[in-house]
Design a protein around this ligand. Structure first.
Ligand code: AHM
Ligand code: MG
Length: 335
């Protein structure tokens, strides 16, 4: 029983201890991200009150302008990692280009690049629907000074860690450092993330699909046919599937990781590369899902093997239970 009482920090330190050349910097960087997310969690819980108190767009008690929650989350994550001294560049969905960082402490080699979506699903904030933070960590290729664009544009296969936090009925953090996927729940009374599941595995086949079906008429034929197939009745293959779509990628992904499911954001005739971002959304979740025994593709190839050409590049995304993603790929490639 006691072995289950594991904090996030202790867990990531033990995880890193198994790597002979580890310096502890990755553990510290993950802790910086977790700390920022604890503060974001507090602010997310206060978001409704800020409206009631009439604060949005006005000055707060310190006389500062009250920022939108997504800008706040972005600034906080940036500051926390700039102060931490482990990152040489930060790439955020909220920034036009990457933020280079010079060495903060002379005895540290600031060797990591962090990509993040500070508040995913932010259009759901005002409705009290789950939202989240997604992050992805790479080692720099350059050897010194602030990170460069080449450091920032690495293949998803090069990630050394990735994870997300869901701000929902409770706050949950899920991460991988390449040796399984581990989930933690924030205990607000002690301010610690506590382990709820080690080596999480996504069911190989599911009964659930998550997609914005309002876009049906704009999809390619293969995607339309796959969705039609999922809705047909056939007890041998467990059809029809149920539809579940929150509209916050992290929340949809987290549910599917726990219970099985396929999440899709296909290309359509207006958005040739879909909507979601390769570096901030698709790659980190693809790394996590593969570590959990699932699959992630753009319909034709593995997400992690897509060549990154620009920081805000978009990609179609089919992610979740392995057999379901394979079936989606078959429909797409047949048409
Ligand atoms: P965001 O990063 O600006 O919040 O946008 C990404 C979100 C995802 O969380 C979600 O899956 C998707 O956009 C929903 O898009 P749509 O409203 O087109 O279904
Ligand atoms: Mg997003």
């Amino acid at each position: 029983m006691l072995s289950k009482f594991q904090t996030l920090y202790r867990h990531i330190i033990q995880d890193e201890r198994n790597i002979p050349e580890a310096t502890g910097q990755l553990s510290d960087l993950l802790s910086d991200i977790a700390l920022a997310c604890k503060v974001i969690s507090l602010e997310v819980n206060r978001a409704g009150l800020i409206d009631i108190l009439g604060l949005t767009g006005e000055k707060n008690v310190q006389g500062e302008e009250v920022k939108k929650l997504d800008e706040y989350a972005n600034t906080l994550l940036k500051r926390m990692m700039q102060m931490g001294g482990h990152a040489c560049a930060l790439c955020s969905e909220e920034e036009e280009t990457f933020v280079p960082i010079d060495e903060v402490y002379s005895d540290y080699s600031h060797k990591y690049i962090v990509h993040f979506d500070p508040l995913d699903g932010s259009s759901n904030i005002d409705a009290n629907i789950s939202i989240g933070t997604i992050f992805s960590i790479y080692k720099r290729i350059s050897t010194k000074g602030p990170g460069t664009m080449d450091d920032c544009l690495q293949y998803g296969t090069k990630q050394v860690a990735a994870g997300y936090v869901v701000y929902g009925s409770s706050t949950v953090m899920v991460y991988t450092a390449g040796k399984g996927v581990h989930g933690f729940t924030l205990d607000p009374s002690v301010g610690e993330f506590l382990l709820f599941s080690e080596n999480m595995k996504i069911p190989k086949k599911s009964k659930t699909y998550s997609v914005n079906e309002g876009n049906y008429s704009k999809w390619p034929d293969g995607v339309k046919k796959y969705i039609d197939y999922l809705k047909e009745k056939d007890s041998d293959t467990g059809r029809p599937y149920s539809s579940r779509y929150v509209g916050s990628l992290v929340a949809d992904f987290h549910r599917n990781l726990l219970y099985g499911g396929i999440f899709m954001y296909p290309a359509d005739n207006k958005n040739k590369n879909g909507k979601l971002r390769l570096m901030y959304e698709a790659n980190p979740l693809a790394f996590l899902v593969e570590q959990a025994g699932g699959r992630a593709s753009n319909g034709e190839k593995r997400i992690l093997e897509i060549k990154p050409e620009s920081l805000h590049q978009r990609t179609p995304l089919f992610i979740g239970s392995e057999e379901d993603v394979i079936m989606a790929e078959k429909f797409i490639n047949k048409s």
